[in-house]
Write a protein that binds this ligand. Structure first.
Ligand SMILES: [Fe+2]
Length: 404
């Protein structure tokens, strides 16, 4: 019998050293929000993020405020426009709060951007390579358009702004300053939530457009298809969707792409699009933990609102999951089964092991972006065995919102 390995990354495959599109890390995820200062406290209090740095009027930024929030190897930048014509102000009016940019650290942002554009990418507005530097170092940033309102930036770093130094508390770039004396940061240090990094990130696109965006990730960023699910995998009696999972060349990041499929009632993907000005965007960010029970208990205690599964889910889950594990020579789920149920966590298994996962309700008033908290014990999949129960829970929420 083999032991299901713990939660290490799927082994990162090496890139060719001279490949401009080699992705070193998720540099940061930028959100456009209505009020960055207040949003920073929401993510700090509810999810345990450290409010680490700021770039605002006090640092000479006259038209936008940016807060850097960190936890483990997760970096969020929350951006608000300070004028009505700032792009963030306009997009917040159009879409509500949400993800604008999924930025990747690369060796040379200019070369990465040039290759992506040569591969067919459209430069993001104002996305041509720009260098920001001071005597301590520099960052170069260049951006391309992806689905809907979202962009991917390439970021390369030198000197004090190298990512290894940022991870140790160094400034993200020359425009930021450190924040001191924030009580919630001290509290979070004493009471960590255990979120480590962005495991995957799901985009919702319009009906009939999934394959277009699959090809975009293949052609432009040289991703490969990891898995796909059709509407038979992901449907209930009422609603359905289709999904293909794209993975970066080294498995650093997986980006499933969903499109709605016709059903008797409205697909959750369609609900998202309806409330996102009929525009594709990021549906959820999955944040990885090594200890699902600890993380979910901590987040629940902080007031995070999670989806509630039907009680009957736990009648069958252990038999389903543990028999699959046994069949493939793995040990049964090692977490306390009763505690998993109490915390309302979902479990699934495949030939490689198992995973624990749970989904928050939407993080803003519009039913758009939400988070998933995921712990992998061998399984590199996405919880296919939970789709049905999960979608029924989602439909219940859609019904409460009058969107089914
Ligand atoms: Fe997910």
């Amino acid at each position: 019998m083999t032991t299901v390995p713990s939660t290490a990354h799927a082994p990162l495959k090496p890139y060719a050293a001279n490949d401009p599109l080699a992705l070193i890390d998720v540099d940061h995820v930028r959100f456009y929000v209505g009020n960055a200062k207040q949003a920073a406290y929401f993510y700090a209090h509810c999810f345990g993020f450290t409010i680490e740095q700021v770039s605002d009027q006090t640092t000479g930024s006259r038209d936008e405020a940016n807060y850097l929030l960190t936890q483990g190897n997760i970096r969020f930048i929350l951006t608000s426009g300070l004028t009505k014509d700032h792009p963030a102000s306009k997009e917040v009016a159009q879409f509500g709060d949400g993800v604008k940019d999924v930025a990747f650290t690369v060796f040379d942002a200019t070369k990465a951007w040039e290759k992506a554009v040569k591969n067919g990418a459209t430069p993001a507005p104002g996305g041509e390579p720009k260098v920001y530097s001071d005597e301590k170092g520099s960052i170069t940033k260049a951006s391309i358009q992806t689905y809907g309102r979202c962009i991917h930036s390439f970021v390369s770093r030198t000197g004090a702004y190298e990512l290894t130094k940022v991870k140790q508390g160094g400034l993200l770039n020359p425009m930021f300053r450190k924040l001191e004396g924030i009580g919630v940061n001290d509290y979070n240090k004493q009471h960590p939530c255990g979120l480590k990094y962005v495991d995957h990130l799901v985009g919702n696109v319009e009906m009939g457009k999934m394959n277009h965006w699959v090809k975009f990730y293949e052609d432009v960023l040289e991703f490969t298809m990891f898995k796909h699910f059709d509407d038979k995998d992901i449907s209930t009696d009422f609603s359905s969707l289709m999904s293909k999972v794209m993975a970066s060349g080294n498995n650093l990041i997986k980006m499933p792409i969903n499109e709605p499929a016709p059903g008797k009632k409205k697909s959750q993907v369609q609900e998202y699009l309806d409330w996102h000005d009929h525009t594709p965007g990021v549906q959820h960010l999955a944040l990885r933990t090594d200890d699902e029970l600890h993380s979910i208990a901590a987040l629940r205690a902080r007031g995070v609102d999670f989806l509630t599964l039907p009680e009957a889910y736990y009648d069958k889950v252990w038999e389903r999951v543990n028999s699959m594990l046994k069949q493939h020579g793995h040990q049964a789920v090692r977490e306390d089964h009763e505690r998993v149920k109490q915390l309302g966590i979902l479990v699934d298994s495949d030939d490689e092991g198992y995973l624990l996962q749970l989904f928050t309700k939407p993080l803003q008033d519009r039913p758009t972006l939400f988070f998933e908290i995921i712990c992998r014990r061998g399984s590199q999949s996405f919880g296919k065995g939970n789709f049905k129960a999960l979608f029924e829970a989602l439909e219940m929420e859609q019904g409460k919102r009058g969107n089914l």
